[in-house]
Design a protein around this ligand. Sequence first.
Ligand code: GDP
Length: 459
Amino acid sequence: MFIDDTIAAIATAPGEGGIGIVRISGEKSLEVAQSIFKSKSGKMIKDYNTRTLIYGKIVDGEKVIDEVLVAYMKGPNSYTAEDVIEINCHGGFISVKKILELILSKGVRIADAGEFTKRAFLNGRIDLSQAEAIIDVIKSKTDMAHEVAQNQLEGSLAKKIKDLRMNVTEVLAHLEVSIDFAEEDVEEITYQTLEEKSLELRNEIKKLYDTAESGKILRDGLKTVIVGKPNVGKSSLLNSILGENRAIVTDIAGTTRDVIEEFVNIKGIPLKIVDTAGIRETEDVVEKIGVEKSRESFSTADLVIMVLDASRKLSEEDMEILESIKNKKTIVLLNKVDLEAQIELEKIKEFVSSDDIIEISALKNQGIEELQDKIESMVYQGSVKNSSNLMITNSRHKDALFKAYESINDAISAIEQRMPYDFIEVDFKNIWDYLGYINGDTVREDLLDTIFANFCIGK
Ligand code: GDP
């Protein structure tokens, strides 16, 4: 793809703040910036070393728009690998908007969402997995998610995919030779080598694929619903968890009786807690919306935390809820253990395994640590966690890996059946293609547009 136009956008988040940044990228960056900038020293931008902050003013003819610092990053040593100008002006809505308008009036086009990053990819500065990591870094909700994204940005996944594809290329070369010089006596050796290499490759692909479940949770959060009849202590539990862990986002939609979502950091896992109005039949219209939404979020939850009041006997309502969570990943909390226990534990065990039952006191902050450990071990299933920061967090990557995995299985069965080499070659070419989706090598252009459309404007 040939890029010949110059783009601009506001790179900072909208709103009042100390500074705002307008970014320009492309051939005309320097010329356009120079036409609206007067440095204090009287020197031209090009007379300074690149990547120097130059103090001066943005002017529209005689009119001063704002006092600014301008940086010129000459390509290819810039974010997009093109000539980039960044104008640091005063924050707020007006300065950035006026400066952007002025730039656009000089024949520069407004950038699409993610277009700067897309250019960095198209210009070969980073691969697609690195480009996608940039948005993950920006959107990460816990330190750990940030670390994994940062790692991917630095190229950990890019390198892994490159290595895997190199192995595929080797096999392909091997196959080509065998196809060209097929002789009876070398055949068995070839099949044997092929089989060894394929099994190795499958193992590598599988290992990477297996990180995807935890990876997705790290990136998008574990959707958790707290259920239980009124007064068992759901709100107290939420407060108890929130007390120890900074809530990152609080999104209160609609009425207070609606579903409330909060992100809570549980040992590096972003838990997206949906607090529900409690599952119960109701006549109240407003309440009904809450309950309806509860049922909805309940059915799409990754984890259900059911709270029971341990100081009372199980009620019919409790039993109904227990019945409805039978097939979900559930943790049952026996709350209020600071009071005398009345609850029939044996009955609960008919619905959930005793490993998934935890005694707590939301009021006295007891058992919360145990709950957190339980969540952590559920997410990592005890295995993946400490291995490395190389994780598949993106469902697009996961799908591509799965296809590569299917193809390697096809290849292995073809080898086992001693199929002709050119059959096997087709499978290996597929693997090569599928892995190429991840680093962007074989990805289609319309898909690229979809990927970058999820980015912020100005990134
Ligand atoms: P919700 O309706 O399920 O959200 O329940 P709340 O969190 O509002 O709690 C209902 C009542 O139970 C409140 O009076 C709480 O103070 C009390 N409560 C909650 N957790 C505990 C606990 O662990 N021990 C005791 N003794 N009381 C609790």
